[in-house]
Design a protein around this ligand. Structure first.
Ligand SMILES: Nc1nc2c(c(=O)[nH]1)N[C@H]1C(S)=C(S)[C@@H](COP(=O)(O)OP(=O)(O)OC[C@H]3O[C@@H](n4cnc5c(=O)[nH]c(N)nc54)[C@H](O)[C@@H]3O)O[C@H]1N2
Ligand SMILES: Nc1nc2c(c(=O)[nH]1)N[C@H]1C(S)=C(S)[C@@H](COP(=O)(O)OP(=O)(O)OC[C@H]3O[C@@H](n4cnc5c(=O)[nH]c(N)nc54)[C@H](O)[C@@H]3O)O[C@H]1N2
Ligand SMILES: [Mo]
Length: 765
């Protein structure tokens, strides 16, 4: 499908002004309130907000940043308000909506328009003859899914995607159904997100999760924020960073772009600071590497640390920690000394004196936390880059010690929990043993498709059914046109969703929209209202209870939908599993989870009674290294040569301040000075001039991968910003037609959404 058809133009009313130098403050509160009013449900939304992240309330459906143990009465942020208001909207997309729009017409609308129409209320089935969706009963919908799945010549012909909002209970049930059906085809948004972190940490410290907890932020004396934009994507993290900065902890940002939220922060819930407009400075040092230059940069930092140790042996490294807990230092030392400063400086784009300054700050600090997000994970060499950061932490024993550790900051509010529950194309052995023992069936052993694998399998016809438990696969995945075609080749596409999105417009021969309850809504089952549980970025599991009246009486919960599909597919005996009994009371699902994974979840139902929930523990934080060598692993890695042919730029795709992934709340990106448009490309002023253009000119863009495919988008407004020469930035998902499904990280297979070689030329016409 041509890219232009899938990334329709927004009305061109855009305006570019100066970018900001701090995040939060009055504009943040104002923006939050504006969003509540726009959703036509002000009173209900305000009432809802009082329940966000409170002990008896629901977990914010925004990001995965943890809640403090003692949350102030209002534990929310501007973007949490948007996420909640978006779900609690008064607008509806009911059966009266669909006769007015063919799917072809819907495809021509922007992502923003589609989602702004409101909450989905009824199950709908696509009618190819009229090119429209029509109401269908739940029973008929389940029958269609069951019949189609049973008609496949192998269970491996179906793909079961998950986005990261799905609760532990729904996720466990979903993977149970999928494995009972007979496949491990369980790709998820994590494949496109923090998979590289999971692989890198698994190999080096034996667990694919972060090692720090929230209270560690109170003890750190250096926090590195690498490839992450918390002002927009994890605003509540700024509270922690602000507090840390105030008590003298150093914060160093590593990001090609100068992001407002890393420069300063005005807490929107601290009236005095608000009234005096007195922002807390955050980063005391801001390094701007070339896009993709972090491996070289952190190798340089390791080099400086090792040189300092050589100059004064015994004074720099944590010899006791290294001796007791690590292997591989000599290999790293050899690799680092064989790497010259010229290469480090050239490939990182950071001057030697700045690398030395970062290393010196590191060596002065007793307790160091390294945080990172998509700026590190979505690169071809993402895994070794993260491992170089781990090397740096290990050199001075900064894993396991209070106030120190590795902190991959997760995205979706339960993406980490979904993985713990077994949403993974690689069947986790402990869970497979549990399934065998508790449910008495033999789970499939062959690895399933991850996100990239699923795309190619649908394109080639090897996979013929796509079921999405949340998310918006076509817009989130790389190479939008290719994915749309791949979905179009399926016999059946099913989207379990709360809002209309582009994936509903890229239909298979048959297609269903199954509307579900959101996190904020009461989930009433025969045993009463249900709570669900989620795991945050720091391995804390806690309960979440929706309180709002559901957007429509027709909505079903995700667990109930899974049960319906399971019975329709596996037959009346449900493959030996009583799905209805399990979903009448989610406590029963939790008991089964505890039976399957007793080490982590024993006493699950009791433990979630306590307001803050419970901590799953982290073996690495306890100096228990579950690696092959039973030690933490230093990992040498060559610096890749990332130089591009002359004229090409390194494009990174990122989030504006007004979106949640593919959910576009609005057209503004306040901190970056953008109003009313998303069709922009950020570049260095001299790179703009070199191309004979001026800021505000319109440009066309073409990407260059060595897979022989041409990928282009057109009509993007050029914006000058503080970014290294040779680098550029634009918004996800609009720029996804430029990303290749054949370009992904080594070992983790995460699409390289932060490194797209592009040419930018003046738009003619
Ligand atoms: N409001 C809101 N909250 C969200 C989301 C949302 O869309 N909206 N999404 C959620 C999800 S799923 C996720 S995964 C997280 C994403 O959170 P982030 O990772 O913060 O999101 P991105 O916008 O992708 O920004 C990545 C940052 O990395 C920088 N960067 C890009 N390339 C490089 C590089 O090569 N090196 C370095 N050092 N930096 C680089 C960019 O300049 C940018 O500041 O947020 C979660 N929270
Ligand atoms: N180019 C580029 N591509 C990227 C990225 C990037 O930085 N650059 N980031 C990647 C990352 S980090 C991620 S995590 C993925 C995100 O990929 P996804 O998770 O697939 O996408 P979302 O946009 O979060 O999904 C939004 C949809 O979820 C549905 N939804 C919302 N709440 C619920 C709920 O409670 N239940 C159900 N069933 N559905 C719900 C709504 O219908 C909404 O339309 O995108 C990836 N793609
Ligand atoms: Mo993500």
């Amino acid at each position: 499908m041509p890219a232009d058809e899938l990334t329709p133009d927004h009305p061109e009313t855009g305006k570019v002004t100066e970018s900001e130098t701090k995040a939060g403050g009055w504009p943040a509160l104002g923006a939050g309130l504006k969003h509540i009013r726009a959703q036509r449900n002000t009173a209900a939304t305000l009432k809802t907000l009082l329940k966000v992240n409170q002990p008896e309330g629901f977990d914010c459906p925004g990001c995965a940043w943890p809640e403090p143990d003692d949350p102030s009465r209002f534990e929310f942020c501007e973007n949490g308000i948007k996420a909640v208001a978006w779900e609690a909207t008064g607008k509806r997309v009911g059966p009266e909506f669909f006769p007015r729009h063919t799917v072809t017409e819907l495809r021509a609308q922007t992502d923003h328009w589609l989602e702004s129409q409101g909450r989905l209320t009824h199950p709908m089935r696509y009618n190819r003859a009229t090119d429209k969706y029509e109401p269908v009963s739940w029973a008929q919908a389940f029958e269609l899914v069951g019949d189609t799945l049973r008609g496949l010549d192998s269970p491996d012909r179906a793909v079961f995607y998950t986005s990261g909002r799905t609760s532990n209970e729904a996720a466990f049930l979903y993977q149970l159904f999928v494995r009972r059906f007979g496949t491990n085809n369980l790709p998820d948004c994590s494949n496109m997100c923090h998979e590289s972190s999971g692989v890198a940490l698994g190999e080096t410290i034996g667990i694919g999760k972060g090692t720090v907890r929230l209270h560690d932020f109170e003890q750190a004396d250096l926090i590195l924020v690498i490839g992450q934009n918390p002002g927009t994507n994890h605003p509540r993290m700024l509270t922690e960073l602000g507090k840390a900065a105030k008590r003298g902890c150093r914060i160093i940002a590593v990001n090609p772009l100068k992001e407002a939220g890393l420069l300063g922060f005005l807490h929107p819930q601290k009236p005095v600071a608000m009234l005096t407009n007195h922002a807390t400075s955050i980063a005391s040092m801001y390094l701007q590497p070339l896009v993709g230059g972090d491996l070289a940069l952190f190798k340089g930092v390791c080099k400086r640390v090792l040189e300092a140790e050589d100059a004064g042996p015994g004074g720099v490294l944590d010899a006791a920690f290294i001796e007791a807990h690590t292997v591989g230092l000599e290999a790293l030392r050899a690799d680092v000394s064989a790497t010259g400063w010229d290469e480090i400086v050239e490939q990182s784009g950071v001057g030697r004196e700045d690398i030395v300054a970062l290393a010196d700050a590191y060596m002065k600090a007793e307790r160091v936390i390294a945080c990172w997000a998509m700026g590190l994970t979505q690169h071809k060499h993402a895994v070794p880059t993260i491992q170089m950061v781990v090397n740096l932490l290990l050199l001075r024993g900064n894993i396991g010690r209070p106030g120190a550790g590795a902190c991959p900051v997760r995205g979706h509010s339960n993406v980490q929990g979904d993985r713990t529950m077994g949403i993974f194309e690689k069947p986790p052995p402990a869970l497979m043993d549990g399934l065998r023992r508790v449910f008495g069936f033999e789970p499939p052993t062959e690895e399933g498709y991850d996100a990239v694998g699923a795309i190619h399998a649908m394109a080639s016809g090897e996979a013929q059914v796509f079921i999405g438990m949340g998310g918006n696969f076509v817009s989130a995945a790389p190479d939008t046109g290719y994915v749309a075609d791949a979905l179009g080749r399926c016999k059946l596409t099913v989207q379990v969703s709360t809002k209309l999105n582009r994936s509903h417009t890229t239909v298979g021969t048959d297609a269903l929209i199954l509307p579900c309850l959101g996190r904020t809504e009461t989930d009433l089952r025969s045993s009463g209202p249900q709570r669900v549980t989620v795991e945050d970025s720091m391995s804390q599991v806690h309960a979440s209870m929706g309180r709002n009246t559901p957007a429509s009486p027709e909505l079903m919960s995700e667990p109930a939908i899974i049960a319906g599909v399971a019975v329709a597919t596996l037959g009346d005996d449900g493959g030996g599993i009583d799905w209805r009994w399990l979903t009448d009371d989610y406590g029963r699902i939790r008991d089964k989870i505890a039976d399957c994974l007793p080490d982590l979840f024993e006493g699950y139902n009791e433990k979630i009674q306590s307001p803050g929930g419970f901590y799953l523990g982290n073996s690495a934080a306890d100096y228990d290294w579950k690696t092959a060598s039973r030690k933490a692993q230093f990992t040498p890695a060559p610096i890749p040569d990332l130089s591009l042919p002359s004229g090409q730029l390194r494009l990174m795709t990122l989030r504006s301040h007004d979106q949640y992934n593919t959910t576009v709340y609005g057209m503004n990106d306040r901190y970056r000075g953008i109003t009313g448009t998303r069709k922009v490309v950020f570049m260095h002023a001299e790179d703009i001039a070199d191309r004979g253009m001026q800021p505000d000119d319109l440009a066309d863009m073409e990407s260059h991968f060595d897979d022989g495919q041409a990928r282009a988008i057109s009509g993007y407004r050029v914006v000058a910003c503080d970014i290294p020469r040779g680098c550029a930035a634009g918004y996800f998902p609009e720029m996804n037609p430029l990303v290749s499904a054949n370009s992904f990280a080594d070992r983790s297979r995460t699409p390289t959404s932060k490194f797209i070689p592009v040419t930018v030329t003046r738009h003619d016409g």
